[in-house]
Design a protein around this ligand. Sequence first.
Ligand code: F6P
Length: 532
Amino acid sequence: MWDDLKKHHATIAARRFETLVDADRAADFSARAGDMLLDYAKTNIDADGRALLIELLEKTGVAQKRAAMFTGAAINETEGRAVLHTALRNLDGGPVMVDGADVMPGILDTLDRMAQFAQAVRDGSFAGQGGKITDVINIGIGGSDLGPAMAVKALAPFHDGPRCHFVSNVDPADIAAAMQVCDPATTLVIVASKTFTTIETMTNARTAQAWMGQSVTDTGAQFAALSTAADKTADFGIAPERVFGFEDWVGGRYSMWGPIGLSLMIAIGPDNFRAFLRGGQAMDQHFKAAKWEENLPAMLALVGIWHNQICGFATRAVLPYDNLLSRLPAYLQQLEMESNGKGVSMDGADLPVDSGPVVWGEPGTNGQHAFYQLIHQGTRVIPCEFLVAARGHNDDLHHQHQLLVANCLAQSEALMRGRDLDAARSKVADKFSGDELERQAKHRVFAGNRPSVTIAYPQLDPFMLGQIIALYEHRVFVEGVVLGLNSYDQWGVELGKELATALQPVVEGTQSAQGKDGSTAALVGFLQNNGV
Ligand code: F6P
């Protein structure tokens, strides 16, 4: 199958896909889920290529794996776990069985407890020693940070609860900044950690405890915990009524739909949080029911596979023309790169093709004035993923929003069309002539034929954000199944953690650097000489 796709690519690689893009193609090479549109007409995928990609998806068993995931089979085979973040948003769905037991009553009960607590924080019936909670500090890292941090920003127009701060880095600068602007007497600290062992999070949590202890008598009363490890949260001194648990079949980077979303729920309120869940659930239903050609997660995954594994484009830029989504690229970096950044197939063999791509990006129009130069004229092709809302949240500034939308559409058009030498010459013919005209014109040529997809939607609200995040989760799932890898473990982060633990006493000077490689020993020496 991979060979068929590569052969097909070789026959059409030189074609300018611009010539294909008429109104029929725009209709045929796009898909809808509810109010959301995915346009992938501006790619070099044609009907034959799409048929081959869908065949690949069918032969690799995506439909069977999808059913296995939603019904609680242990598809995370290296850890022997189910993958059931979808159950967290299965608000009015049926039972979901894991090891013979329905997990839905527990999930819905925790959701209700979260809602009661969030409401109490919001209305002041849960208060700090100094009165109503004004600030929430979420301490967590990776999946225990990026989701709620991204979503609190994305849903700023709906934020009517206390201020939220997200502390993730073990760099003391991070927590110091939060402590500087918060009053401990009116702050709620949420320690978010699936395992409750992550060194950065536990270090920051202890720092926050000490900070609060300077002015608050019962610090534990202003702490809450989100974790699968109830024993460890109790050891830390957090009372069970403020511990919101979840199960190990919720992966860290897929966990914002449950307790890890508590800071978001406090910020936007339980009703808006439920709307977010409903958006995710709507995308689940679409993913399960839509034909492949009309299935947004499937088509987004196949476009990604076409660009990465078939065309060999190693990175993918995510470019939200929606400033509220400014943290989406960082969130997707973890979701996609921690999930599909693997070189080994589920059966232990080497992957026959490249692993998932490097994902990066920044909101438009900012990126246009920073790195788009390389996207347009650099020697490597970078497929772009644009996200754009028809409407923003500032009605009185709608003309600015229209300018934003025009910029988004202009970029995908420019990437596709480019500018040839003749057009470049005529741009500067009034200024130069002869050899100098040729030289100047060449600098103004855009190769074009550069692919992009656009995800368009009416407006970013909790429901739409839920749809967007679930779309990306399922895209990662489809890509992972097609690549034959396990999207739900993350062994690649372990070695660095082990070495950091071993290096800590060396850095502190209580152990010698003997036995370390020359470079590491020299760096330790330099940093120690400079006061580490
Ligand atoms: O080190 C990677 C990782 O395990 C991520 O997968 C996870 O989201 C993050 O660390 C935080 O883990 P925890 O929620 O257990 O603190």
